[in-house]
Design a protein around this ligand. Sequence first.
Ligand code: NAD
Ligand code: MG
Length: 392
Amino acid sequence: MNRKKIAILGSTGSIGTQALEVIKAHKALFQATVLTAGSNADLLIAQALEFRPGTVVIADENKYQQVANVLVPLGIKVHAGSKALIEVVGQPDVDLVLASLVGFAGLEPTLAAIEAGKDIGLANKETLVVAGELVMEAVRRHGVKLLPVDSEHSAIFQCLVGEDNNPVEKIYLTASGGPFLKKDHSFLAGVRPQDALKHPNWVMGQKITIDSASLMNKGLEVIEAKWLFGLDVAQIDVVVHPQSVVHSLVQFQDGSIKAQLGVPDMKLPIQYAFSYPNRAANHFKRFNFADYRSLSFEEPDLKTFRNLALAYEAIAKGGNLPCVLNAANEIAVAAFLNSEISFTGMSDVIAETMVKAPYLEVPTIQDFSQSDAESRQIARQLVTNQQKVYQI
Ligand code: NAD
Ligand code: MG
């Protein structure tokens, strides 16, 4: 039995736990050999007891002893600290690395996995947002597969199967529109974190849920799609589709459009990344037309949902600007969740950081780390300034 050996970076998160469900549903095909978590030691231990990986990593070093006490006696190797992520992805007992940790933190281990010659299942879109050109170059140089897990990108990827010689005219990324679809600026200014955390169709980690409500998620996905599929931004359109059934569409040179559809369930794109190019039979929920009497499509409102316009602006200028956008967004989302700034205040922090951070046209990987750190500092200062106004 030659099972695919999978390392899950971020196994305790929304994507990570669903990936383990996929592995559990296909024990003959897949095996979890490495599990890693940020700080949720209890869940990491429970997962390791069930899936028996050879190695686990807990990024939070204070939790090392707790994890080691339970798992080392069972012969499981336990590492701590974020540097350990970079080492474990290259282990010989890994065929594919699922990059499902959140934010800029995903870049370094994902690049390390590519450089170690491992195939990648990419959920961590921030990796391509920050350093898409460098990452795609590394993918080509090392001859690895970069398999999208983001549902829209998995949809495009699936539509492109068998179309190697047919250039793409354009792609349409679908967006649910989130919980505040059709709301105006003054409504958005007053929303609270608990309102924004209620996504109509998907249950996800906190950061991407806020990004979905602000449409930043779609902005990040436009940038992700540009690099994944080698397109000009002008070839990438966003269409709001509140039912989240059409996961995205590709239009070819003859005007024909292919779409990929299914129930909104991340287990499907995760499984496809694991089983590609095959499709594995499963018992996951099936689509039922009776549940979806009509599917609707409309244009996004870039004026009210300014983050999407900011993302288009960042990728149009390129260089380190998408990295700046991403860093400022991570700070803004954390500040909003912490009730330090308003929902619309997030766009102000991001826009101002993009003006204030030094621009680099051709950044190196070290430049990205520095630019990320600098932009976070600028954004934090802007949060502090806004906080004073917000709390008066
Ligand atoms: P999440 O917050 O639920 O999980 C994140 C995981 O990463 C957790 O296991 C956490 O412990 C770990 N982690 C966080 N910070 C870390 C750090 N600094 N070092 C090491 N580990 C760390 O997030 P999620 O919703 O699963 O999203 C993960 C990624 O997948 C994001 O990039 C997101 O945009 C993308 N994505 C998610 C979904 C979804 O449905 N959740 C869909 C598409 C794409
Ligand atoms: Mg998506």
